[in-house]
Design a protein. Structure first.
Length: 133
């Protein structure tokens, strides 16, 4: 079910979301590794069995990756960039919908931006919690 985050609820959920995000990065790295393995299996000396086994391993890894994305986004948080380490929490500032913005490495939510503006439009949170739903 959809809901808006306050700064407090976003920061409260952040440790769980960060753990889920780290798992997604781990799974993405595993996919890259298996894809490399699959490319190496395309040689005259490799067998179809070897290739198919690695391909099935890749399929399984991709499935786990997308399940992990769904698991994280079921928290209400939106992944804006895996490689950039960007997550957004839907919120409201007065009557306007906004994103509370987190970047990998940050310890808490300290920035926000309008819903049609990306990371480059981040602004520090300098308003009281009462102005955010």
């Amino acid at each position: 079910m959809f809901s808006y985050f306050t700064i407090a609820t976003a920061n409260e959920k952040l440790p769980i979301v960060v753990d889920k995000f780290k798992n997604i990065i781990k799974l993405k790295n595993e996919i890259v590794k298996i894809e490399h393995e699959l490319n190496l299996a395309l040689t005259p000396t490799s067998t179809f069995e070897q290739y198919v086994t690695i391909k099935q391993k890749l399929n399984s890894a991709v499935t786990k990756f997308y399940q992990a994305i769904e698991d994280l986004e079921n928290t209400g948080v939106v992944i804006k960039g895996i490689d950039d380490g960007l997550l957004d929490f839907p919120s409201k500032r007065f009557d306007d919908e906004i994103w509370l913005c987190w970047k990998e490495g940050e310890k808490e939510i300290k920035f926000w931006h309008e819903k049609d503006v990306g990371f480059s439009g981040r602004k520090p949170i300098s308003v009281s919690d009462e102005s955010l739903v």
